[in-house]
Design a protein. Structure first.
Length: 78
């Protein structure tokens, strides 16, 4: 006996929240920007990442108000 394959159930597409705008999108191969909803959100997130890295990586802080002196013991190792 051959079990007939169910034809009425389409493959479920997982839904994810876009990290940029929190919109629910389908995480499918149709979306080249996944897990983002669009190129705009993707580049916006990458831009934020880059500026954040740039800021953190910058060794020259012109002035500290004292706040930055605390909590600098975090290990950079991941
Ligand atoms: Zn988005």
């Amino acid at each position: 006996m051959v079990k007939p394959a169910p034809k009425s159930t389409p493959p479920a597409t997982p839904q994810v929240a876009c990290p940029g705008c929190r919109r629910r999108i389908a995480y499918s191969s149709d979306n080249p920007w996944r897990p983002f909803c669009s190129q705009r959100c993707r580049s916006a997130d990458l831009g934020a990442w880059a500026s954040e890295r740039y800021r953190v990586a910058s060794p020259l802080a012109p002035e500290d108000d004292g706040d930055a002196a605390q909590g600098q013991t975090d290990s950079p190792l991941h």
